[in-house]
Design a protein around this ligand. Structure first.
Ligand SMILES: [Zn+2]
Ligand SMILES: [Zn+2]
Length: 266
């Protein structure tokens, strides 16, 4: 079985990943991937917004690093992308970023449920103690639906990130998923199967089988990503993600070039 494109990987510019893009590409080629995409954490308008992304002044350097990997590995298709944080009010900034380089796709991710709380940040784990899990999941999925509706992104990242540390509401979240997936379907964006969840406390691919099943029923397309923060994580568990996608009915996924998609069998 050939592996799908790995569309989610980072670079040291985000300050919490190791290894240069050429090393990620080298690993991708070694394990037989034919296409990958770099999607490092995008800069914010304000550089000190947090400490886990590149500064705006490093954006050109990021593009150069990806171009270098493209040059060194001509046998590999290497896409240029960003994982962009969606926060309400940041839309104009995201459009400005989009205009700066010929991106192949944007992954829209929600990490922040407010301007100050990035729910997946281990340094802010204690914040979960002050919150009701269902309220956090509701706020998160509302923002995720807004991200899908914004039409700023080709792909929505790790759709059930709030499960990362194992915080799960004891209420039925189906209405939250339905609202988000209806928005994704309406705007035509894909969701990613992100294998990083397998390496976290939740020990599950993002999103869950339950969400993926609903996504298939609603005709929401998919992509795959390892969310690699080190060269050795490239392509990690993608075979498992393929199995999960197949088990709910998917036979096709999307690939992107210059923000246009084509569907391919996997
Ligand atoms: Zn990261
Ligand atoms: Zn992310």
């Amino acid at each position: 079985m050939s592996l799908p494109a790995d569309y989610h990987m980072h670079t040291p510019l985000c300050r919490h990943a190791t290894g240069e893009p050429v090393e990620y590409a080298e690993h991708a080629a070694a394990i037989g991937l034919d296409e990958i995409g770099f999607s490092d954490h995008s800069p914010m308008r304000r550089d000190n917004f947090d400490n886990w992304r590149m500064n705006f002044s490093q954006l050109d350097e990021y593009v150069e690093k990806v171009r270098k990997a493209q040059k060194n590995f001509p046998q590999l298709i290497i896409r240029l992308a960003l994982e962009v944080d969606y926060l309400p009010g940041h839309e104009d900034w995201i459009r400005e970023l989009a205009a700066r380089h010929p991106w192949d796709y944007f992954i829209g991710s929600v990490h922040y449920v407010s301007d100050s709380w990035d729910i997946d940040n281990p340094a802010k784990l204690s914040e979960w103690k002050n919150r009701d899990a269902f309220e956090v999941w509701s706020a998160y999925f509302e923002r995720l639906a807004m991200a899908a509706e914004s039409k700023l992104f080709e792909i929505i990242g790790h759709a059930d990130l709030p499960k990362k540390f194992g915080h799960r509401p004891n209420r039925d979240c189906t209405p939250l998923y339905e609202r988000f997936l209806a928005a994704a379907n309406k705007s035509g964006c894909a969701i990613e199967l992100n294998t990083a969840g397998l390496r976290k406390d939740c020990r599950e691919i993002y999103p869950s089988r339950e969400i993926l099943k609903l996504a298939f029923q609603k005709g929401v397309p998919i992509t795959f990503g390892s969310d690699a923060h080190a060269p050795g994580e490239v392509g990690m568990n993608l075979a498992e993600a393929v199995q999960l996608a197949r088990s709910v009915g998917y036979t096709e996924c999307r690939r992107f070039a210059q923000r246009k998609y084509r569907s391919v069998k996997f």
